[in-house]
Design a protein around this ligand. Structure first.
Ligand code: NAG
Ligand code: NAG
Ligand code: NAG
Ligand code: NAG
Ligand code: NAG
Length: 649
């Protein structure tokens, strides 16, 4: 999908003018306290206060102390997990001291020998043997001294604020300081990672606005020395779909955002590069965004989002999780009237222009979309083209649609491309009923070769039946001067056989080849047609593969060449009842009634011994090729076939 990124950019990145500081006026960001519109958490290894020490090395245990505080009562239990830093690292018994009053928690450990001292309410599922005793320390001030006195040493001490989960990596270092003396903003990366809730959400809306178009802004605070190069952001939206929202992600420019999106109709404006991971690993270039609060607010206004539903400035982090809340959706989305269709930069558009699921030839348009990609746009019920009677078929994994360019409302105003619209109809209850995505599908400037079984030139196939007329069409879009374009030559080649020249300089060459009149050139497209009959020497085993190769060219020797792989088959090998069909069987049965079972048995015997090289249908009299063929195989052979015999009877 890599090279297909280009068309996405103009749509996603339409930047019109520069943010105007004046426009941010009238919107003064204030903390959102009641019912914040989002739940935001991010991973970090920096704790407000913490320390490590080697003082536990001389004792019976390693001792990890966590002291948790909440700015707000958490609705979800805290998850604490303990894993050894190294494989097979469960060598010492572990003491976990967890001070977390009025909180519930689960503790899981991959090391068996664990003792927990906590005042938290432990939820069943916690792995270790419980010690119901809380730490005999009433506040964090005494905690360190109490643990030191009780266990003789402390491996790590961390104060945490609003953690969602904590992962402790067990292990001790001789190189740690001898005493655990807490430091502010302690980097605990060696032994701890935590994801913390962000409660500093701010918001505002422009005084004059009636609009429901809302922006969520996340700004990663610049940290010049930060080693972070990639951020995984997981975004989820409520069951009731959100629409008319934009997510603005600001970071330093050389950062890559990896967005995993669940159930959201939302637009993105991202600085740095980004990718939407369930769709592809394709990296999309972002756009430079202002790195100030008012600059970002002004940017949202410039995009006509006049409500700043949330503004969050958080430390640089490798993992961020953002949930847009249900009540936010209810508040923003009017209950009955269908919101207007999104602008050209919505997620379905971004998705489809990333995938570019359309493919055109000079005659057909084909659309194949893996359903897994559409999970982002939940509830796609059906997909049609502009002409809604052209509906995509679906199987377990894909939506598919193939149509002639002349159908389904396809427009060919531009000669080198076809235009149409994909209409995604969404399930009832979705905020949007349908999404229309206009697209252009490039008609490649190449020679197309098609093989048909009949002169109707319908339903191309790649099977070539021996001794039967086949019809070939070569065509090409040459908008400049179609008249200049000539069919130079066509060959049929098969391994172990001399290639057969069929057409040269626009004239029939091989025996049994006839050049047919093609449709007149139109829209700069030129079409050539001919028919031929391919014969194989008796005894040559079929099927085998062969290639039909044609060259078209301009007077100045520019040549376009195309090769079509075909399978040469005998008629009885072809599918679709074109071999011994029902009619033939009925004919045989009828013959049996007339001339007796014995003869029928004989005919069957002959049939079953001759069919690999015999024909069931009389050869069309319009096929002069076979009779005059230079090969020694003759279709008018004396071998009997059930059909010819019973028709004589
Ligand atoms: C915002 O709205 C104004 C007026 O409705 C319109 O002129 C402008 O093009 C819109 N801008 C964007 C980026 O959609
Ligand atoms: C982001 O997620 C991907 C896939 O889930 C993972 O391979 C990658 O390591 C993650 N990156 C970070 C920085 O966590
Ligand atoms: C596609 O789905 C929509 C919504 O369910 C429905 O109204 C419409 O009739 C469907 N279109 C076709 C062509 O089946
Ligand atoms: C569905 O159709 C697509 C496109 O023709 C094909 O590639 C895919 O294998 C099909 N899937 C199933 C489960 O039949
Ligand atoms: C031949 O002519 C076509 C246009 O008619 C032009 O695009 C092409 O470059 C020419 N080739 C040569 C080799 O002059």
């Amino acid at each position: 999908m890599g090279p297909r990124a280009a068309p996405l950019l103009p749509l996603l990145l339409a930047v019109l003018g520069r943010p105007d500081p004046g426009r941010a006026e009238g919107c003064d960001l204030q903390p959102v306290t009641a019912e914040p519109p989002i739940t935001l958490s991010y991973a970090t290894s920096t704790v407000p206060r913490g320390c490590i020490s080697s003082s536990s090395l001389g004792t019976d245990h390693e001792v990890h102390v966590l002291s948790v505080e909440w700015s707000k009562v958490s609705a979800v239990p805290l998850k604490v997990s303990l894993t050894p830093r190294t494989v097979g690292g469960c060598t010492r018994s572990v003491v976990l001291v967890l001070l977390c009053s009025r909180c519930s928690a689960t503790v899981t450990s991959s090391c068996p020998d664990l003792l927990i001292r906590t005042d938290a309410h432990l939820i069943p599922g916690t792995t270790a043997a419980l010690d119901p005793e809380p730490p005999a320390a009433t506040g964090k001030g005494q905690l360190l001294a109490w643990a030191q006195g009780t266990y003789g040493g402390i491996t790590s001490y961390s104060e945490l604020r609003d953690p969602r989960w904590v992962q402790l990596r067990l292990g001790e270092d001789t190189g740690s300081p001898p005493d655990c003396i807490p430091q502010e903003h302690f980097n605990a990366a060696l032994h701890l990672e935590t994801e913390v809730f962000f409660h500093g959400v701010k918001g505002c809306s422009r005084g004059d606005t009636q609009s429901t178009r809302a922006a969520h802004i996340i700004r990663l605070q610049p940290e010049p020395s930060s080693p972070i190069t990639e951020v995984n952001l997981s975004l989820s939206c409520p069951e009731r779909p959100v629409s008319n929202q934009i997510l603005i992600l600001q970071s330093r420019a050389n950062l890559t955002w990896s967005l995993s999106v669940n159930n959201c109709h939302i637009q993105f404006l991202v600085s740095g590069n980004y990718k939407i991971t369930p769709i592809s690993s394709l990296l999309l270039p972002g756009e430079l965004l202002p790195d100030t609060e008012w600059g970002l607010v002004a940017k949202a206004f410039e995009k006509n989002y006049s409500v700043i539903a949330s503004y969050s400035a958080i430390p640089a982090s490798t993992r961020i999780s953002l949930e847009i809340q249900e009540h936010e959706a209810v508040r923003r989305v009017p209950a009955t009237p269908t919101p207007p269709l999104p602008t050209t930069k919505s997620l379905p558009h971004a998705l489809l222009f990333t995938l570019e699921p359309w493919k055109c030839t000079d005659e057909t348009m084909e659309i194949v979309i893996a359903r897994s990609y559409l999970e982002l746009i939940k509830d796609v019920v059906n997909i049609t083209l502009r002409d809604i009677s052209c509906q995509a078929e679906k199987n377990a994994t894909h939506f598919m649609l193939k149509t002639p360019l002349s159908h389904c409302g396809t427009s060919l105003e531009g000669r080198d491309h076809a235009t149409n619209e994909l209409i995604l109809n969404l399930a009832k209850g979705a905020a949007l009923r349908s999404v229309r995505v206009a697209f252009q599908c490039k008609i490649p400037r190449e020679l197309f070769l098609r093989l048909f079984p009949t002169a109707a030139f319908e339903a191309p196939q790649t099977e070539l039946e021996v001794n039967k007329e086949a019809f070939v069409q070569a065509s090409m879009q040459w908008e400049d001067h179609p008249a200049d374009l000539q069919l130079k030559e066509c060959w049929l080649a098969a391994p172990g056989r001399e290639p057969v020249l069929l057409v040269q300089g626009g004239e029939a060459r091989g025996a049994g080849v006839a050049v047919l009149e093609g449709p007149p050139s139109s829209r700069g497209r030129k079409v050539w047609r001919f028919r031929f009959t391919y014969t194989v020497p008796e005894g040559r085993r079929v099927p085998f593969s062969a290639t039909l190769k044609c060259k078209a060219g301009l007077q100045n020797n520019t040549i376009f060449e195309k090769v079509l792989e075909v399978t040469v088959k005998d008629s009885w090998q072809l599918p679709n009842n074109r071999g011994l069909g029902l009619a033939a069987v009925l004919g045989i049965t009828f013959g049996a009634f007339l001339i007796g079972a014995l003869l029928t048995a004989g005919l069957w015997y002959i049939y079953s011994h001759t069919r690999p090289i015999s024909k069931l249908q009389p050869v069309s009299s319009t096929a002069p090729a076979s009779e005059s063929s230079s090969t020694n195989h003759s279709i008018g052979s004396t071998q009997s076939t059930p059909c010819s015999t019973s028709s004589m009877a």
